[in-house]
Design a protein around this ligand. Structure first.
Ligand SMILES: Cc1ncc(COP(=O)(O)O)c(C=O)c1O
Length: 487
């Protein structure tokens, strides 16, 4: 790529070339060691004489910005870095309201010695060699193969046909979700599925109901589409349906493993929610983000399976079972939404990476996903047992575990007596801060609440921490409690 030489401004042509290149070196657009184009070539590009460029180069060399190496060419000098780079002007443009603050991040904690970060799997468990083999195979040229088998060109916005079929089989087998390949749209993670649904379901001003506490990125994506987002409380049976705002057009829920409390929505509530949606002509978005990891109880039927009115849209992700960095998720849509969601995907980003999607299809078809989930579930089960043991032991005077049967995190509420006097949320915050200083990363429940006054507690992820490290991490957490709430 060519460096853009600006010939504007005062002075003769050689001076203008000199000034433009000097500024490029100073502000770092030209970096030490970069090779400069030969004078003849630059002269041709700029439509000036070679001598003019040579004059500019000589001056830059004399001032130490460039060095000539015999037989090799002219380079930006190693010492000529950012002599007077002034920060670029802030600019006159401003984002519209709502975009002028940083979004939350599901994994905002910096790494710690004992990492109870929420929402992440253990990336060390991923079968990298197998994955590399599958992706590499997709990039081998295939003579005579159909267009949709080729990773190089434009493809179907709904996703690789093989992957859509594999996902339909997978959710049918593992979650009793009845779907054909034609009902599946592959997405860039669950987050894009929510974005697409907001695009096709929400008219300006339509109210969206989300769980409180809940998953901040869901709230954010609906708010980004301009929807008034209303938090609805969650109790031991899941979302409290009787508290739904009558005007809600879309209800976002995590029924298998409420994020972040961990409770499963009871069957009674599931049926109540479906009846509510029918009566209020609303859509229900069921985010089944981590139910592959189930450690007790038989799973309840997904809302999607219980629904016979075509009101439930089922969202899944490979961020927990495989890697968040793959950015692969999917949405199972009712026939009435198929074309709209597919069109929304095309408008949003045309389609996903074909080779990656094809590799995942093979991974699933060869039974490797099922094997990987079985293998990782054993690892997470050990970590989970270690966390539950710590919560039932040294931490029991301070925290009460919220019962849950699935997923990669547990939530524990502050016991009334463990309030250090400053209020539950402040105590939890203080404990998390103390723990952090001792090398333990834990999240507070407050990070998932938008209203003050909800229950106070901590959320402990076990995706990133080895089972052997859990006891020491929780012992340090208990020590933090003892300091903040002396008894
Ligand atoms: C409730 C919930 N939904 C979805 C996801 C995954 O999102 P994505 O597929 O966009 O990575 C997470 C990850 O933390 C989550 O907690």
């Amino acid at each position: 790529m060519e460096f853009h030489v600006n010939l504007d401004g005062p002075g003769d042509l050689a001076t203008r070339i000199y000034r433009s290149l000097r500024d490029g070196v100073r502000d770092g657009r030209l970096r030490p060691g970069d090779r400069m184009p030969p004078t003849r070539e630059l002269a041709r590009t700029l439509n000036v004489s070679r001598g003019t460029v040579a004059t500019a180069y000589e001056r830059l060399t004399a001032e130490g910005f460039l060095v000539g190496r015999v037989g090799a060419g002219t380079f930006v000098a190693a010492t000529a870095v950012g002599a007077s780079s002034s920060p670029p002007a802030a600019g006159a443009l401003r984002p519209r309201a709502g975009w002028d603050r940083a979004p939350s991040s599901p994994s905002a904690l910096p790494a710690a010695r004992y990492d109870f970060q929420v929402g992440v799997p253990d990336v060390r468990l991923f079968p990298y060699d197998t994955w590399r083999r599958l992706v590499a195979a997709e990039w081998r040229p295939r003579r005579g193969a159909g267009r949709d088998r080729e990773p190089a060109g434009y493809a179907d916005p709904a996703g690789h046909p093989g992957l859509r079929a594999a996902v339909a089989r997978y959710v049918g087998y593992a979650r009793s979700v009845r779907a054909g390949a034609e009902d599946v749209v592959v997405t860039n993670g669950a987050q894009q599925a929510l974005d697409l649904l907001a695009r096709v379901l929400l008219a300006p001003g339509d109210v969206v109901a989300v769980e409180e506490p809940g998953y901040p990125p869901a709230r954010e994506v609906f708010a980004a589409h301009g929807a008034p987002v209303v938090g609805v409380p969650v109790d031991g049976d899941g979302l409290v349906v009787s508290r739904l705002p009558r005007a809600a057009r879309l209800v976002y829920v995590t029924p298998s493993h409420q994020f972040p409390l961990g409770v499963a929505m009871s069957l009674h509530r599931r049926l109540e929610l479906l009846a509510w949606a029918d009566a209020h002509d609303a859509a229900v978005v069921e985010d089944d983000y981590d139910s592959e990891y189930r450690f007790a109880d038989r799973p309840l039927e997904p809302l999607h399976t219980l629904d016979d009115g075509g009101r439930v849209v089922y969202v899944g992700t490979f961020s927990k079972t495989l890697l968040p960095g793959l950015r692969l998720g999917f949405v199972v849509v009712p026939p009435s939404l198929r074309e709209a969601v597919r069109a929304a995907r095309r408008v949003a980003d045309v389609h996903g990476p074909v080779a990656t999607e094809a590799a995942l299809a093979r991974f699933m078809d060869e039974g490797l996903l099922a094997r990987h989930i079985r293998r990782t579930a054993k690892v997470y089960a050990q970590r989970r047992s270690a966390v539950l043991a710590g919560l039932a032991g040294e931490l029991a005077p301070y925290l009460e575990t919220v019962p849950s049967a699935a997923g990669l995190h547990v939530c524990a509420l502050l016991r009334p007596g463990a309030d250090g006097g400053a209020g539950g949320a402040a105590t939890a915050q203080a404990v998390a801060g103390r723990a952090r200083a001792a090398g333990v990363a834990v999240e507070t429940l407050a990070g998932y609440q938008t209203e003050p006054g909800g229950p106070a507690g901590l959320v402990l992820g076990y995706g990133a921490i080895e089972a052997a490290d859990v006891p020491a991490g929780l012992a340090a957490l208990a020590a933090a409690f003892r300091t903040v709430t002396p008894r």
